[in-house]
Write a protein that binds this ligand. Sequence first.
Ligand code: BGC
Length: 272
Amino acid sequence: MNAASNHRPLAGQTALVTGASSGIGRAIAVGMARAGADVVVNFVGNEAEAVAVAEQVAAHGVRALVHRADVSQEAEVVAMVDRAVQELGTLDILVANAGLQRDAPLHEMTLAQWQRVLDVNLTGQFLCAREAVREFLRRGPVPQRSRALGKIVCISSVHEVIPWAGHVNYAASKGGVMMLMKSMAQELAAQRIRVNSIAPGAVRTPINRDAWSTVAAYEALMQLVPYRRIGEPDDIAQAAVWLASDDADYVTGTTLFVDGGMTLYPGFERGG
Ligand code: BGC
């Protein structure tokens, strides 16, 4: 789908994208707008960046709402969803994207580093999903807008299955997201709420700048990527739009790996 496309599979819907001021979240917010959805642009730190994303969203002729909230704080998440409903009418789509890394070798990792990553990456997804589901159930079905009562897309990582030395907090959080997503999908399917994950591989964003910003680092990274290119944020955005659309109406409880083959055991290209 390109910017000139008039295919708007999410027309009339409202999407909340957490962590939307940069990286993958930013691309997803713009992708949702391009597909016709109004977008709540959540951010926690950088308001100027969030406002810039909202401008890009609005350029697609939809409404944008910029809202600051730390997704790990229950009261802030409740207030965010309340405001979205007040100002935009309801919520049809949640993209639980906000996430961070606090890397350290295990023997040096502080409890604070462990806790912050689990709080944002896992508890944050739980809190946002819970509030979104409460709104889906309150609003009830609107079949002319979507066959589903609501859609949740969890942004996970290849590290929901690939162990990651030096990043045990992050890998544990994403392993948790996998079972959170599947258990929610099982619990909510009867209500016609679809819950899926996207597991990005190495995507060109600020979170992993060290892994792609020099030629040597990029070459080393490509040893882990059979498709031999880094992912771009829009690779993830296109997958998110599809999962949120009725084109994916029979898809629930699954993880879509968008990783250029990173999960294909690239070490086995030769040998074994
Ligand atoms: C991490 C990145 C990393 C990628 C592939 C992502 O989930 O946030 O730092 O480059 O996984 O290892």
